[in-house]
Write a protein that binds this ligand. Structure first.
Ligand code: FAD
Length: 447
């Protein structure tokens, strides 16, 4: 195996029996650990195709790997015979077309690098998942990643014009491209978005960009509880301005993170906080502020950079309360946000765990979290049970078990509770068509 792979990609780009830390992602906290026959780093799309063909011919599992920041174990190989394919060496920016608001990048370009490149040229790449310095554009497409600014602009799929990928049979294909509109065929590029490495390996993509917005005007609105927060959210959605961001923190998340809020303007005992950013004009920001005040909020205007630095640290602040946490990413219809926030707390109470949530209010997407001491096995087991109750709650509220991180390994088995048997069968048929040998990330995204 190793000799063949070395011949395909060069001996210095093959690691035999890779150490678990080379295979890990952000699900390591949940005890997910990897094993594989080899980790290979092809230097071109053609080399990726050669490796996948070799694996498909022999029935060897292929696990695509991007920046390794996923939260659901999607890139963490579980089979000792697997070949993990890292796209890290595919990191060229093939073109940046500033006047056309477009970039053609290889899959291993990091999210932050594309965002910086856009910013330096007066443009913006608005997809802003939290681990942007490490996550890859290929990984963002494979997970259909979101982030705070995806409320106004949409998640990764909205920014993909075309994809170059190696399908499960080893065929290198290109679907879409520099053209802004194209309905000639099925939306195969869209299908690869969120496919979690089960349909093929993305090697490059054409990404849409936007002219940078003229302003970034954040507002922080303090409310007494989640119900009042839901009403304030309705008021913002109904006020006629489309904010770039609508985030929330419930009481427990505020308690954990208020001390470092820029300017000290968040009372630690706030029941609920909405963070709204307007990127159009000062007049629009005032309009939103007025709607929030009318809904009973106390509104302040933090500095944008300081605010986002603080927001990036909320997850760490929450984890530091007891040393660890289990965070999920359910999403519900926006009007059920308060139900999901309260339901998360109740589930925590039932399992003897402190619970809180924060996340993307405008998308109804919660990082519902159970706090725990990682050294306490009983707490970890109770947190796993609580997570199962949480997924059931998401479905009961008409939502989804994953708004951002995908099924990966950790949520295998949940899609068949969310989708009808006919829908699951259709998804299985798509998978079989694009991966006839069944070698693409076979343990992942199982319905
Ligand atoms: C601190 C932190 C904050 C985060 N915040 C967010 C957030 O706000 N929003 C959000 O959506 N996610 C967030 N995430 C999760 C994660 O960053 C995203 O899912 C990201 O898109 C994963 O990209 P990656 O390159 O690291 O992929 P990996 O973790 O390497 O892989 C993820 C999945 O994609 C597949 N894959 C990777 N690259 C390819 C490829 N080239 N072709 C085919 N399949 C591939 C893998 O097989 C796996 O199934 C966060 C993670 C961390 C650690």
């Amino acid at each position: 195996v190793i000799a063949d792979l070395q011949r395909l990609v060069g001996s210095e780009h093959v690691v035999a029996d890779p150490r678990p830390d080379l295979l890990a992602d952000a699900s390591a906290y949940a005890g997910v650990s990897g094993v594989a026959a080899a980790l290979v780093s092809p230097g071109s799309p053609e080399e990726v195709a050669a490796v996948v063909s070799w694996c498909a011919e022999r029935g060897v599992p292929v696990v695509p790997r991007g920046g390794g920041t996923g939260f659901s174990g999607g890139c963490v190989s579980q089979d000792p015979a697997s070949v993990v394919v890292s796209v890290a060496r595919l990191d060229a920016v093939r073109s940046l077309d500033v006047l056309q608001w477009r970039a053609h990048v290889e899959a291993g370009v990091t999210t932050a690098r594309l965002a910086r490149l856009a910013r330096e040229n007066g443009l913006r790449f608005p997809v802003d998942p939290g681990a942007a310095e490490q996550s890859h554009i290929g990984g963002n497409i494979a997970t259909n990643a979101g982030g705070p600014h995806c409320f106004k602009h949409g998640v990764t799929r909205a920014w993909v014009l075309g994809v170059e990928a190696v399908l499960g049979n080893g065929e290198l294909v290109t679907v879409g491209g520099p053209t802004r509109k194209d309905v000639a065929g099925y939306d195969l590029a869209g299908l690869l978005c969120g496919s979690e490495g089960t349909l093929g390996i993305i090697t490059a993509a054409w990404m849409r960009l936007l002219p940078a917005p003229p302003v970034e005007l954040p507002l922080a609105a303090v409310l007494p509880d989640a119900r009042a927060g839901q009403e304030a959210l309705d008021a913002v959605l109904g006020c006629g301005v489309v904010p770039a961001v609508i985030e929330f923190l419930d009481a427990g998340s505020v308690r954990a993170s208020a001390a470092s809020f820029p300017g000290g303007g968040l009372p630690a005992d706030a029941g609920f906080v909405l963070i709204v950013e307007v990127d159009t004009s000062e007049a629009d920001a005032e309009e939103v502020a007025g709607a929030l005040r009318e809904a009973g909020a106390t509104v302040s205007r933090p500095d944008a950079r300081a605010l986002w630095r603080w927001r990036d640290g909320v997850s760490i602040a929450v984890a530091s309360v007891h040393g660890g946490k289990l965070s999920e990413d359910i999403a519900v219809p926006v009007e059920r946000l308060a139900d999901a926030v309260e339901g998360t707390r109740e589930i925590g109470e039932r399992h003897g765990l402190e619970a809180c949530s924060w996340g993307h209010a405008g998308d109804g997407n919660l990082h519902s979290t159970f706090l725990l001491d990682p050294a306490d096995a009983a707490q970890r087991a109770r947190a796993d049970e609580a997570a199962r109750d949480l997924f059931a709650l998401a479905l009961e509220l008409g939502g989804t078990v994953s708004g951002e991180h995908g099924l990966g390994l950790l949520k295998n088995g949940w899609l068949s509770r969310q989708w009808s048997p006919g829908a699951v069968a259709a998804a299985d048929a798509v998978r079989a068509a694009l991966d006839p040998a069944g070698v693409m990330n076979p343990r992942v995204k199982r319905p």
